[in-house]
Design a protein around this ligand. Structure first.
Ligand code: FES
Length: 146
């Protein structure tokens, strides 16, 4: 059995550290160019809130399958989007003061009326979802696009 010298051991540690560093750099780069599938959605509409609890300007973030959905009651009616930011998949939120959907991770701003990018690094707008009201309760679903 061969004996491992101190030099060999340090070379091994060096290579492991280099591999870990490379993975730490390549992981986010690969995630940017090959984003994970964010289309997994629940089969049934998801309850958001009673209509009476969401006046104009209010929003709700609800669990929507593996991800979150953002529902906003705008002056133009109910709007719903996947809350998953198209940049690095942080969860975007409604900012009532700024009247925008904001991603806190890198200051991405989205238009609440169509989910398009207003400013910041997100490459595309938020995925739109469908809303419906049944018996005074708001539901969100993937609609026909899923
Ligand atoms: S993850 Fe949303 S702006 Fe970067």
């Amino acid at each position: 059995m061969s004996k491992i010298t101190r030099r060999d051991f340090l070379k091994l540690v060096n290579r492991v550290m280099a591999a870990a560093g490379l993975a730490a750099v390549l992981g986010p780069v690969l995630a940017y160019f090959y984003p994970s599938d964010l289309t997994e959605t629940p089969a049934e509409p998801v309850l958001v809130a009673p209509e009476a609890d969401m006046p104009v300007g209010e929003s709700r973030t609800v669990s929507f399958g593996r991800y979150s959905a953002l529902v906003i009651n705008t002056p133009a009616g109910l709007k719903a989007y996947s809350a998953v930011c198209t940049h690095f998949a942080c969860i975007a939120k409604w900012d009532a003061e700024k009247r925008s959907i904001v991603c806190p991770c890198h200051d991405g701003y989205f238009d609440p009326l169509d989910g398009s990018v207003i400013s910041g690094p997100p490459p595309t707008g938020l995925k739109p979802l469908q809303t419906e009201i049944k018996d005074g309760v708001i539901y969100v679903s993937a609609g026909e696009e899923s």
